[in-house]
Design a protein around this ligand. Structure first.
Ligand code: ADP
Ligand code: GLC
Length: 491
C-alpha cells in the first residue's frame, strides 16, 4: 500500500501542536505495519536543512507567485522515511513560524504557500511529478493540505484516492475570495458547492467536500463535528458526508514518551517501581520554586494558551484548588491575556502556583514525570495528546468529557473503581465549579495511597501506541483502494 502523507508540521522539525507529533509517529507506524509511506512537507528552513540526501526529482518552474519551485526527495532524519520537500525559497525560506511571522501575524501569502503544497500533493498523486513512485492514497492533514483534495478532483480524479484528516475544525484556512485567481482553479470551484464559505475561500472545506474519506482524530469528535455546537459552521457540510466520516483515535510515540527510559527525568520509573515519581516531584517543586511538600497534590497543565483549552476554568477555580492544598504548574504560550493571568496567579500564590510562559519539550517531560495529575479542561478537543502522556506517566488526567478526552480517559466512579478500570477524572459542564468538584474527588482518592497507586498503574497499562491506529488507517486505505470514491454524498 503506497501512501503519501501531506502536512504542514512534523516533530521535531516544525511543531505548533499535536499535528506535528502525529506526523512524526503515524507514518513510521504505517511503515512498520508494511505500508510504503512517504511524506510531503513545505521547504521551511527547518525542514529543508534537516532532510538527508535531498535530490531534485522535478523542476516545477514558476508557480503560486514563486519564481523557482523544485520538488526534492530525501530522507527524514530519525525515521529515515522518504520525504518530498517543496523547495520554493520565496514562499517558505524565512524566519518565524510555519503560519505566522514572529510578531504573531499570519503570513500574508499563506494562500499561495499552502495552495502550492496542495497542488504538488495532487500532482504527485496523479503520478505527474515522480514517475518512480505514485501513491495509491493521498492522505492530507488539516486545512494546510486541504486543497490537495480539490486539485485532485479538478484534475479528473486520476490516480490516488484521498483521505482528509481533520485535526482541528476551528482552524479553517480562510482567504479573501479576491485572491482566488492565484489558485488557478476555474470559477466553478469558487461556488458554495465547492470552496466558498460565507464569501471567503476555505481550504478546510476543500478537504471536506472533495476527499474520498474524511477522518478525524477520535470517534467522539467525529460525531461532535456534525453538530452545530462543535461544527464551527461546517457541520452542514459534514452531515452531507456522514457516510464517509470516521474517527480514528491518535496514538502517542511510546518511545519518546516512556517514563522507564525518559532521559529528561531525574529518576525513571515503571509500573513495578513507582518510587522515582516522588523524586521527580520534589525536583519539579524545587525547579519551579514551589514548597517541597511531598503530600501536596501537584497539578500541571501543558498547553497552548487558547480559548479551546478551557484554561479560564483553571483560573476561576484556582482559589478553591489552593484551598484544597494542591499546587499548580502551568506551562504554555499563546493568548497574551491568558499568559498575563497565569503570571499574575503565580505571583499571587508564591510557593503554590508557578507558570512557565514558554515552549519547552524537555520541561514538558519533567512536568509529566513529576506531577500527580494533569488538567485538560478543554471546551472542545479533537483528540488531545497531553492526557495520553499523562496516562503513560501515571499522571492522572482530569479532563472535560469532550472529544478525544472522553474517548481516552476512564473516569473514576463507584463502578470503575470497583472494576479497577478507572484511569482519571472527568466533568461535563464547562464551569469552574465542575472542575473544582472533579479535582476535589481526585484529591480525596489521592489522599489514600492504597487507592491511588492502582489507578496510576491502570493508567500506565493502557496501550495508546500507534499500533492499533495504524491498523485502522490501513484498513481504511485498503477499503478505499477497493472501493474508490466517496461512499455516499447527499447534495
Ligand atoms: P493541540 O494540538 O490542540 O495543541 P495536543 O494535546 O494534541 O493539543 O498537542 C499539544 C502538543 O504540544 C503536545 O505534544 C504538548 O506536549 C505540546 N505542548 C503544548 N504546549 C507546550 C509547551 N508550552 N511546552 C512544551 N510542549 C507543549
Ligand atoms: C489538534 C487538536 C488536538 C489533537 C491534535 C493532533 O491540534 O487540537 O486535540 O490531539 O490536533 O491530532
Amino acid at each position: 500500500m503506497r501512501v503519501l502523507h501531506v502536512a504542514a508540521e512534523l516533530y521535531p522539525l516544525v511543531k505548533t501542536g499535536g499535528l506535528a507529533d502525529v506526523m512524526a509517529a503515524l507514518p513510521p507506524a504505517l511503515a512498520r505495519a508494511g505500508a510504503d509511506v512517504r511524506v510531503l512537507l513545505p521547504g521551511y528552513p527547518a525542514v529543508a536543512d534537516a532532510v538527508l540526501h535531498a535530490r531534485p526529482v522535478a523542476s516545477i518552474g514558476p508557480s503560486f507567485g514563486a519564481a523557482r519551485v523544485q520538488l526534492l526527495l530525501g530522507q527524514l532524519p530519525g525515521s529515515h522515511l522518504p520525504v518530498y520537500v517543496v523547495d520554493a525559497p520565496l514562499l517558505y525560506r524565512r524566519g518565524g513560524g510555519p503560519y505566522q511571522a514572529a510578531d504573531g501575524h499570519e503570513w500574508p501569502d499563506n494562500l499561495q504557500r499552502f495552495g502550492l503544497l496542495g497542488w504538488v500533493a495532487a500532482q504527485l498523486g496523479s503520478g505527474e511529478l515522480d514517475p518512480a513512485w505514485q501513491p495509491q492514497v493521498l492522505h492530507a492533514h488539516d486545512w494546510h493540505a486541504g486543497l490537495a483534495c480539490a486539485y485532485r478532483e479538478a484534475h479528473g480524479r486520476q490516480g490516488a484516492s484521498t483521505v482528509f484528516t481533520v485535526h482541528n475544525l476551528a482552524f479553517q484556512g480562510l482567504f479573501a475570495m479576491a485572491d482566488a485567481p492565484l489558485l488557478g482553479l476555474a470559477s466553478s470551484w469558487l461556488s458554495h458547492d465547492a470552496l466558498e464559505y460565507h464569501g471567503q475561500l476555505s481550504f478546510m472545506k476543500a478537504g471536506l467536500r472533495f476527499a474520498d474519506r474524511i477522518s478525524t482524530v477520535s470517534p467522539r469528535y467525529a460525531r461532535e463535528i456534525t453538530t452545530p455546537e462543535f461544527g464551527c459552521g461546517l457541520d452542514g457540510v459534514l452531515r452531507t458526508r456522514a457516510a464517509d466520516v470516521l474517527g480514528i483515535l491518535n496514538g502517542i510515540d511510546t518511545e519518546v514518551w516512556n517514563p522507564a527510559e525518559d532521559p529528561a527525568l531525574p529518576h525513571r520509573y515503571n509500573l513495578l517501581d513507582l518510587s522515582g515519581k516522588a523524586v521527580n516531584k520534589a525536583a519539579l517543586q524545587r525547579e519551579f520554586g514551589l514548597l517541597v511538600e511531598p503530600d501536596a497534590p501537584l497539578l500541571v497543565c501543558v498547553s497552548r494558551l487558547s480559548a479551546q483549552k478551557g484554561l479560564d476554568l483553571i483560573l476561576s477555580a484556582l482559589p478553591a484548588l489552593i484551598d484544597m492544598g494542591t499546587q499548580l504548574i502551568v506551562q504554555g504560550t499563546g493568548d497574551p491575556a491568558l499568559e498575563a493571568a497565569f503570571r499574575m496567579a503565580a505571583t499571587a500564590h508564591p510557593g503554590r502556583v508557578a507558570a512557565h510562559i514558554g515552549y519547552d519539550e524537555t520541561r514538558a517531560h519533567r512536568l509529566l514525570g513529576g506531577a500527580d495529575m494533569i488538567l485538560v479542561p478543554s471546551r472542545f478537543e479533537p483528540c488531545g495528546l497531553t492526557q495520553l502522556y499523562g496516562l503513560r506517566y501515571g499522571t492522572l488526567p482530569v479532563v472535560r468529557r469532550v472529544g478525544g478526552l472522553a474517548d481516552t480517559v476512564v473516569p473514576a466512579d463507584t463502578q470503575t473503581l470497583m472494576q479497577g478500570t478507572a484511569t482519571g477524572f472527568a466533568f461535563d459542564a464547562a464551569q469552574a465549579s465542575e472542575l473544582t468538584r472533579c479535582v476535589r474527588d481526585a484529591v480525596q482518592l489521592y489522599r489514600s495511597r492504597e487507592r491511588w497507586q492502582p489507578l496510576m498503574r491502570q493508567a500506565m497499562l493502557e496501550d495508546f501506541s500507534w499500533h492499533h491506529p495504524a491498523q485502522e488507517y490501513l484498513q481504511l486505505y485498503r477499503h478505499l483502494v477497493l472501493h474508490p470514491g466517496p461512499q455516499e454524498t447527499v447534495s
